[in-house]
Write a protein that binds this ligand. Structure first.
Ligand code: FE2
Length: 173
């Protein structure tokens, strides 16, 4: 099993000239399946790949990947979410539009939505601020994710597949 350096990830982090470590540029290992983290429980055939964790403000950027027939449970966000569709088509059960490649999606704070992918596999870049609250049909919160839980899950995932416990640290800003 290749570790992160052998897989080419070490060269993917670009540092600024003054050494302030502010830039992240993903150049290599795009097809390394190990970067994808399977959603437990709340999602069906859902994976996510973290790209950046804003530690001070509780935001993060990820690519969400949902296979055909997959879904992500009903949830809401305390603050707005921005999305850009890279591949595939998907929709929210609660709305009448379909997101397709090149579409920008804005999720207002408090909007409850259930993501379904009924056609080919989708990939969408999301910038998510603050916690993700999963709710039941009566709007009771049944689960929650935030940077702390997501980072912990990513750390365990990368530790188990050879990329290493510290692999997620390179995404911290
Ligand atoms: Fe959402």
């Amino acid at each position: 099993m290749k570790d992160a350096t052998e897989a080419g990830f070490a060269s993917a982090v670009q540092l600024t000239g003054d050494g302030s470590f502010m830039e992240i540029v993903e150049l290599t290992a795009r097809d390394d399946e190990r970067v994808w983290i399977k959603e437990p429980g709340i999602g069906v055939d859902v994976w996510w790949r973290p790209l950046m964790f804003d530690i001070a403000n509780g935001n993060h950027v990820e690519i969400l990947r949902v296979r055909k027939g997959g879904s992500l449970g009903k949830h809401l966000h305390a603050t707005p979410v921005h999305g850009f569709v890279l591949e595939g088509r998907w929709r929210y059960l609660e709305h009448d539009w379909v997101a397709e490649p090149g579409a920008y999606v804005y999720e207002p704070a408090g909007d409850q939505h259930t993501l379904v992918c009924e056609e080919e596999e989708m990939k969408t870049l999301f910038h998510i601020s603050g916690p993700i609250l999963y709710v039941d049909d009566d709007s009771n919160v049944i689960a929650m994710d935030d940077n702390k839980s997501l980072i912990q899950r990513a750390r365990e995932h990368y530790a188990s597949n050879g990329l290493g416990t510290d692999f997620v640290n390179r995404l911290f800003r």
